[in-house]
Design a binder for this molecule. Structure first.
Ligand code: SF4
Length: 296
């Protein structure tokens, strides 16, 4: 089976050879999700067995790519006010996060503080119907931060962002640029599920926004991938349609932001997937520009 890095390299080579829009449009939804599941299972197995940073001679592409230097030490940031606390959510995490990842990180204590504050948050009405506060998944020391919209039913049940078919498609998109769920940091604009999967309301976004701001300050990613209109509009402060904002690198507080469609929208509109492929390539080039080295 191909590794994520091999898949990424192969897709890129085909694109450079003029194969054009080759990515998911020739795959059925079932085929694409099947492929994504394989990569997700492989990443989970890798995360379960390899918690030490990959050696320089290890398999290229999976956990190592997302790890990076401690950065932003000493950066100041406003604290998130906790408000009245509900009983704290157990700090259990999903399959791809290990609390030990925080060991030795300059921001570990601050990160735990904001996360645990969110776990008990009742600052907006969304706390009333939630099962879990969905704070994040992935590596808080990653180079790339992926920001989505809000938890859905499956995310609320599991306490993790981007699980289910949309999450599997996200895994596949990340694999095309040799990233995995374990090598990025994933979160949403709002941390609790809006009822009936409606969009979060402006006042809910505004109330929850300090958590996202604080996450960005602490994670200090080299680039942000913004998924869908809610994330894009919140980070960029613009209301333009996604298709008008794609294709260029925007900035949030100086951090490069690449815009693309939400995976759930891609599942509904498969013809947009070649555009998402292009957006991921822009993310790759942006990271390579920041670091000056190739990802693949
Ligand atoms: S959505 Fe955000 S602000 Fe609202 S209760 Fe959940 S964590 Fe708190």
């Amino acid at each position: 089976m191909l590794t994520a890095a091999e898949l990424a390299r192969r897709l890129r080579q085909q694109a450079e050879l003029g194969a054009g829009a080759l990515f998911l449009e020739h795959l059925s939804r079932a085929e694409a999700l099947g492929l994504a599941r394989k990569f997700a299972a492989r990443a989970a197995a890798s995360a379960a067995t390899v918690r030490e940073p990959a050696s320089p001679t290890g398999e290229p592409g999976l956990p190592e790519l997302g790890r990076r230097r401690a950065r932003g030490a000493g950066r100041s940031a406003a604290r998130v006010e906790s408000g009245t606390r509900a009983p704290a959510q157990p700090a259990e995490r999903g399959a791809t996060f290990d609390e030990r990842e925080l060991t030795g990180w300059d921001h570990a204590d601050a990160y735990r503080e904001v996360r645990d504050t969110a776990f008990g948050c009742v600052r907006c009405r969304l706390h009333e119907g939630r099962s879990h506060v969905v704070f994040s998944d992935g590596n808080p020391q990653a180079r790339v931060m992926v920001v989505g919209e809000a938890p859905g039913a499956e995310e609320d049940r599991k306490g993790l962002p981007f699980v289910g078919p949309a999450g599997q498609l996200l895994d596949l998109l990340l694999a095309t640029v040799a990233l995995s769920r374990d090598s990025v940091y994933i979160c949403n604009v709002v941390k609790c599920r809006p009822p009936g999967n409606r969009n979060p309301l402006p006042d809910e976004i505004e109330t929850c926004l300090p958590y996202l701001r604080r996450q960005i300050e602490l994670v200090a990613p080299e680039a942000i991938l913004a998924l869908g209109a809610i994330a894009v509009h919140t980070l960029l402060g613009r209301q333009d349609a996604i298709k008008r904002l794609r294709g260029v690198v925007h900035r949030y507080e100086g951090i490069p932001v690449v815009v693309t469609y939400h995976p759930a929208a891609l599942l509904r509109n498969p013809r947009w997937t070649p555009g998402a492929w292009e957006d991921l390539q822009l993310l790759r080039r942006t990271l390579e520009g920041e670091r000056g080295t190739s990802l693949l």
